[in-house]
Design a protein around this ligand. Structure first.
Ligand code: SF4
Length: 412
């Protein structure tokens, strides 16, 4: 896609390794051993405490003297041994990051198991994995490769739901899947190592977010059917439920009835919000922005521009086509400067963006909220999700005048 004529300086993703740490630190009985330099360790410990599972990260001391002095692998093995002395630790992911020497660690030089704990090398160098959503995929795929029991017999009517979602969405998905006859559901990324083991026996995998390419390929390779899409908006809700029904060979009449019922409930919500008018720009870095745009378009809002940090890929192609058809300009692997240019060009009534973009919009008197804290921290699926997101957006669209007054006040 052609880039606009502005300087492309700031790719928009936090340290990619954070995505992997979010997946890994959530697992019960885990103790991450990070192999990175002290700067990365400082930053990653900080964000993991706040945005992952509030667990500390252990690391061998890796200053220049250890990295260049040839003792790194011995230091690392010693650290793993120390961690494994705690009998409560069942799993030690050894996470290597950007420092070239640590990125190239040979897996054969690490133990596979020590004491009670499985040891697994997870490579998350930012020069290869460009964004934190994609690092989540790398972490899940690495866990599945090692632990999933793909060779065991598949369980009928069993499903993996792949993608981090808000707890209310998880409950709704569980209830609806039960209604249509799904007998067992595993949510990944999960909190138990057993989830990754049992994931090898499912019949189908519903991939809720488009950046799980590696994990999806792995499931496909082992004969697991892939269900694309997600239950966001009325049309997609019906389609998603039907696709699950087909993949698991469920009772057609029951599936059809539930699909129609849930789709109608969402349509009713959309009708309740059809008074909403306005131009919204969506520019997050979570990799799941396009379905949110689809919901806004279905509700009658205008979305002239949307951007995301991930690359265009097959799992997101349906959304890409719908959005393009409805006139949204889409940027993948976006730069902050492109998002800023879009705010200037389109003069939106609301920006749902990254923190830097939000500041830029607010300086222009445009209401702006942080995608991650507002969209990812709310239900999004089915009728309840549509009601929550559109309710919030409705409130914000009414604030345009307030922001303008505030700008004038400070300028005056
Ligand atoms: S150097 Fe790499 S691992 Fe370290 S903080 Fe930066 S992106 Fe993350």
């Amino acid at each position: 896609m052609e880039k606009k004529g502005c300087d492309m300086l700031h790719p928009q993703s936090m340290c990619p390794a954070f995505g992997g740490l979010r997946v890994l630190t959530r697992i019960d009985g885990v103790q991450v051993c990070l192999v990175a330099d002290q700067g990365c360790l400082y930053g990653l410990t900080f964000v993991s405490h706040f945005y992952a599972a509030r667990k500390s990260i252990v690391s061998p001391e890796l200053m220049n003297v250890q990295i260049s002095g040839g003792t790194m692998i011995d230091d690392l093995r010693r650290t793993i041994e120390e961690i494994a002395r705690d009998p409560a630790v069942r799993f030690i992911p050894v996470v290597s990051t950007c420092v070239a020497e640590t990125a190239g660690i040979a897996e054969e030089l690490l133990p596979r198991k020590i004491g009670n704990a499985e040891v697994l090398l997870v490579r998350l160098p930012a020069f290869q994995i460009r964004t934190h959503p994609e690092a989540k995929d790398v972490a899940v795929a690495t866990l599945l490769k090692r632990f999933a029991g793909f060779s065991r017999e598949k369980k009928a009517k069993s499903l993996v739901v792949l993608g981090e979602i808000f707890p209310v969405d998880a409950m709704m998905i569980g209830a609806i899947l039960q209604k249509i006859g799904v007998e067992s559901v595993i949510a990944l990324p999960g909190t138990a190592l057993e989830d990754y083991i049992e994931a090898g026996q499912v019949e189908a995998c519903a991939v809720l977010h488009p950046f799980y390419e590696r994990s999806t390929a792995l499931f496909e390779e082992h004969g697991v059917k892939i269900v694309k899409g997600n239950p966001i908006g009325a049309n997609a809700t019906a389609q998603w439920i039907r696709r699950i029904g087909e993949a698991l060979d469920l009772d057609v009449a029951t599936v059809q009835a539930v699909a129609e019922e849930e789709s109608q409930k969402t349509r009713d919500v959309l009708a309740r919000f059809n008074h909403l008018k306005g131009k919204v720009i969506v520019a997050g870095y979570e990799g799941n922005e396009l379905p949110v745009v689809r919901l806004l378009l279905e509700a009658g809002l205008e979305v002239p521009y949307a951007s995301t940090s991930i690359a265009r890929n097959a799992l997101g192609e349906e959304d890409h086509n719908v959005l393009s058809m409805l006139g949204t300009e889409i940027r993948y692997r976006k730069y902050l400067e492109e998002d800023m240019q879009a705010v200037i060009d389109y003069e939106p009534d609301l920006v749902i963006g990254t923190t830097s973009l939000d500041s830029f919009a607010k300086e222009r008197g445009i209401p702006a909220i942080y995608y991650t804290n507002n969209i990812s921290a709310r239900p999004l699926f089915f009728a309840a999700g549509a009601a929550t997101v559109l309710g919030m957006i409705g409130g914000l669209l009414g604030k345009r005048e307030v922001f303008r007054n505030m700008k004038e006040y400070f300028e005056g």
